[in-house]
Design a protein around this ligand. Structure first.
Ligand code: ASP
Ligand code: MG
Length: 417
């Protein structure tokens, strides 16, 4: 059986949903589990809803209404007749969301975030499943919260593999077409959890692993994995084959095509991952599998924007040794600051980090008790895998470089902006 993943961009409007159906028609729809993200920019819109709820912003109900209207517009395009039960179904889901917000007593932001943001996927899968039924494709709508079991680290939940394996094996009918949500799961109290932004690819890998799938296909609006984000880099080329190890490296350095955690479960069972175009589904796309490192073997460019460069030195010019380093790392862990690059000398230590949870100020305050700390926000981290001189020179042009690091395979610079 196969696992497919359709991201937000592929179901951003009625035409997108119709296209998913046509892809399934072309490539077959039996023995397939389809993992779907929230439609278009719904997750971002729900993040705004969550912030407005926290801030008691009077715009809150308008924002929910705008989101509901956008989905209702798609329903009208897809189902035409408002008599179709899907209208009442989606309306009831929005009522549920409002009821949650009215009744919630928890002050915990991350918990609230997951309970609310997950509606995006519940809604998108409900719409797709009903539309497939309308088009004559029998399918099972599965609630991922009953299948992907996690701990209670809201917004960054860790999978309980044993419980997940058990739930998936006993529920999913491999012969059928199943539709389920990416990104979401539930903890032991059955509260919704999420696997981190852009986590739907990872969900697809979790399902594939537990189902011993023959492959995972991620359907995208590009032809496959390119050697750089075409919105940032010029003259990008399609990669035909990438080994798991290389893909993990690329993801680690921030290549946004594949979620960092997605590949490990697939590699363990040697399940190939195909990245394919939902516009040209007959094209082969990119295969991430056991085999050649990279084909064609060319430099790959990655950028991470909005990073923070933190430099630490000891207050008394003493060396920064293992003991300090482990202390520094435990603070990064405590404040959920993700480290992307490390450079250290005897008395100083520089790291480029991601402040996606917004705990930077607290971290800096705690570090200042022990170290001399300086930091610069809004820096960019550029990485070239398999660099050559021409690639490095081209990248450095017109940039203010704050830090540079070279390895045998990897070249990295931190630049202003
Ligand atoms: N909808 C979620 C997000 O936008 C998950 C995903 O798309 O992978 O982050
Ligand atoms: Mg999304």
């Amino acid at each position: 059986m196969r696992v497919f993943k359709f991201g937000g961009a592929s179901v951003k409007d009625a035409a997108g949903v119709e296209n998913v159906v046509s892809v399934l028609q072309k490539v077959g729809h039996k023995n397939t589990l389809v993992v779907v993200s929230a439609m278009g920019k719904t997750t971002n819109a729900l993040e705004v809803v969550i912030e407005q709820y926290r801030d008691k912003n009077p715009e809150l109900s308008n924002s929910i209404k705008t989101l509901k209207d956008a989905h209702t517009g798609i329903l009208t395009d897809l189902f035409k007749s408002e008599q179709h039960p899907i209208f009442a179904k989606i309306s009831a889901i929005f009522d549920d969301l409002k009821t949650f917000l009215e009744r919630n007593k928890s002050p915990k932001y991350d918990y609230i975030y997951d309970q609310v943001v997950s509606y995006g996927e519940i809604i998108s899968t409900t719409i797709l499943s009903e539309f497939l039924t309308l088009k004559g494709f029998d399918n099972d709508w599965l609630d991922a919260r009953t299948l992907v079991k996690t701990n209670s680290t809201y917004r960054d939940a860790k999978v309980d593999w044993e419980a997940t394996q058990q739930a998936i094996s006993s529920t999913v009918n491999k012969q059928n077409l199943s539709i389920t949500q990416g990104f979401i799961g539930a903890d032991t109290n059955n509260f919704t959890t999420t696997l981190g932004r852009e986590g739907s690819d990872y969900s697809a890998a979790i399902f594939a692993y537990c189902l011993n799938a023959e492959s995972v296909s991620i359907w995208k609006d590009v032809d496959g994995v390119l050697n750089g984000d075409p919105r940032v880099f010029k003259n990008t080329k399609l990669l035909n084959q990438i080994s798991y190890e290389e893909a993990i490296e690329l993801a680690f350095y921030g290549a946004s095509v594949i979620h960092p955690k997605t590949l490990q479960p697939l590699q363990q069972k040697e399940i190939p991952l195909y990245v394919k175009s939902f516009i040209n589904p007959e094209n082969v796309g990119t295969s991430v599998s056991k085999g050649q490192t990279l084909e064609p073997f060319i430099p790959c460019f990655i950028v991470k924007k909005n990073q923070v460069l933190i430099s630490l030195s000891s207050l008394d010019f003493s060396f920064i040794v293992e003991e300090n380093i482990s202390e520094i790392f435990s603070l990064f862990h405590k404040y959920q600051v993700k480290v992307d690059l490390i450079q250290n000398t005897a008395i100083s230590f520089s790291v480029c980090v991601n402040n996606k949870f917004g705990h930077l100020q607290d971290l800096i305050a705690e570090l200042r008790a022990k170290f001399d700390v300086s930091f610069e926000e809004n820096v960019s981290l550029y990485t070239i895998r398999h660099f050559d001189q021409a690639a490095a020179e081209g990248l450095e042009k017109d940039k203010t470089i704050l830090l540079k690091q070279l390895g045998t395979e990897t070249y990295q610079i931190v630049t202003k902006q």
